[in-house]
Design a protein around this ligand. Structure first.
Ligand code: DX5
Ligand code: ZN
Length: 214
């Protein structure tokens, strides 16, 4: 079984976003990963629902929204209306993850819980039953092009064992510093997010298929 590949638009040419999503779709991407940063939860500021809405008509792939924001509950409805298919939020950004999970599901969206590198994977365990995916960060959230944090790979293994023991189909998504070498360290994952490796390559099709073949 090969990984699903979710290229992150964070490393794309922002002046050519329509062309970028079309090229990624032609190149065999499975999902489009959209990194939403608010300049509070992380220092950087990226884009919001209107941009997603503009791209929605140019691409059939699922739009996978990764919220790196404070007060994520305020953005669920706007992103659903703009055409998101899944929304992941950070456990560190939210006082009542259970309620937010239910809210996202009530909008008929897939729901993911994301964990920063310093957050133990066990903190996701009480919520696994209701989650479609767990997003394990293998860099500090906030920027593309960082180096994969090796010790995070262990969290993926622990999560896989837990999901197997419960017989849950929750997907494991890994995000940060993914390339063909680091992907080999997270073989128990289902979905690889990759920004700079794919988007800074000359041949998206080749780099996506390299990641799928691992
Ligand atoms: C980081 C983002 C990532 C980022 C990955 O905060 O969540 O999705 O775009 O980029 P690379 O693959 O370059 O680490
Ligand atoms: Zn991301």
């Amino acid at each position: 079984m090969s990984f699903l590949i979710a290229p992150s638009l964070l490393s794309s040419d922002f002046s050519q976003l329509k062309k970028e999503v079309q090229a990624l779709e032609r190149a065999g991407a499975d999902w489009i990963h959209l990194d939403i940063m608010d300049s509070h939860f992380v220092p950087q500021l990226t884009f919001g629902p209107p941009m997603l809405k503009s791209l929605r008509v140019h691409c059939q792939l699922p739009f996978d929204v990764h919220l790196m924001v404070e007060k994520p509950d305020r953005l669920i409805s706007p992103f659903q209306k703009a055409g998101a298919n899944s929304i992941s939020f950070h456990i560190e950004s939210c006082e009542d993850p259970k309620a937010l999970i239910q809210k996202i599901k009530s909008f008929n969206l897939k729901v993911g819980l994301s964990l920063k590198p310093n957050t133990p994977i066990e903190e996701s365990f009480p919520f696994l039953k209701d989650l479609d995916l767990v997003l394990v960060m293998t860099v500090e959230p906030g920027a593309g092009g960082q180096t994969f944090l090796e010790h995070q790979a262990e969290k993926v293994l622990t999560l896989r064992e837990k999901l197997n023991s419960l017989n849950y189909k929750t997907l494991i998504q890994v995000d940060g510093g993914i390339n063909p070498d680091t992907a080999k360290k997270v073989l128990q994952a289902d979905v690889l997010v990759s920004g700079s490796y794919i988007l800074k390559s000359k041949d998206y099709k080749k780099s996506i298929s390299q990641l799928k073949q691992i």
